[in-house]
Write a protein that binds this ligand. Sequence first.
Ligand SMILES: C[S@@+](CC[C@H](N)C(=O)[O-])C[C@H]1O[C@@H](n2cnc3c(N)ncnc32)[C@H](O)[C@@H]1O
Length: 399
Amino acid sequence: MVIDRIVPDTTLPLHLFKRQDYDSLRNLFHQLGYTTSDFRQSNIDPYRRSFAEYAVLIQKVRHLKFQGIGFYLFFLGNKVLIKDLAAIIPVSMIKRYIHLSILEETYGNAIQSKVSILPYHNLFFTCDFLFRFDYSEDKLVLYSFKETVYPISHDSINLWESVVKKKYRSVFDLGTGCGFHAIISSLISQKVAAVDINPRAINYSNFNFRLNQAGNIEFKLSNLFESAAGEKYDLIVANPPSIKSILENGDISSLSQKPGINILEKIISSIPDHLSDDGFSHVNCTIHESEQDEFRKSADRWLGQNKKKYKILYLILSESDPYHYSWLISHDLLKADYKIYLQQTENLVKYFQRLKIKKISNGILIMKKSLKAGYSEKKYLPFLPLKTSPEFVVSRYFK
Ligand SMILES: C[S@@+](CC[C@H](N)C(=O)[O-])C[C@H]1O[C@@H](n2cnc3c(N)ncnc32)[C@H](O)[C@@H]1O
């Protein structure tokens, strides 16, 4: 099988969409049994994507008549025969979705979706596929990670689940992607500002905003906090790219070594300028630990003098050794050539060894202004059936 890595180019023609198009799309998802509860009933995790899982999934949904169609189209990016889709919705509607760039015709009298759509409770989020089969050229296409509109994943969900749910006056969502955190937090806040550096992310976010009939959100194209000069927020959420996307530039550099490319440092060090006095910030981050207290050292360096004003909790979601982590991140670069994949893994392991990095943790750094400044680190491993939720841990710590 031939495999290509390309830059995704779909943009949604928002000016063509009428209100009934959004309504009919939402109805279609319900009709197809394509909601979070349907995923759960079939024991499928919609926020986990890997080649191996997909192979299992194809078998799982094979016998499900309607649900199968939704999974094939919007989750797997596979083709569905026009006649099978036409048995559920009128052909005129299929043509309309093609006109609106949601669906496209493909080889063999079939239809494919141009975008992935993922449910979260009763909301739906349009994003990019990470990979999809191109039937006309008979090859699997991997989308370049940097340009994709990030599909909601476990990190997105965990970040939201760590937020204490109360009424906020204002929210800032940095690196909004498909608009996930902006749209759900708009349900508990008066207004939301959301930014992304990728214009297609802003296009998809605006689409999802309308699809979910959300209110009070402004999506802007912006590099980090650039568009928020002088603004303060009650809640700041950010799920910035981890080292993965830096790697794709060919630059394997430690998050703590090169300030120029350390997006995490830029975000954390800017938070004091943008967080209101009683506000919370939640930032997903990957911290490379050569010593046990690396997290404190990183936060110290990022916050400078401001560290004396904040109570900081680092909620660890997962920990891995450099070998495991290298495998995970090389996994994205996978398949193009197995040798390249192995080489990447080896380079990364050597690189971690050189910096004496023994442990890599992935978690959420939560900050609040407080007279009782200080650090705390807590483990919350979400795949274990724990009784507590990250929100519970956070509310206990900051009460
Ligand atoms: C891991 S994705 C997270 C998307 C979404 N917030 C979520 O959690 O599902 C990171 C997002 O940050 C955006 N991003 C990367 N660098 C940025 C920058 N300098 N300024 C603003 N956004 C940026 C990317 O385009 C991408 O949408």
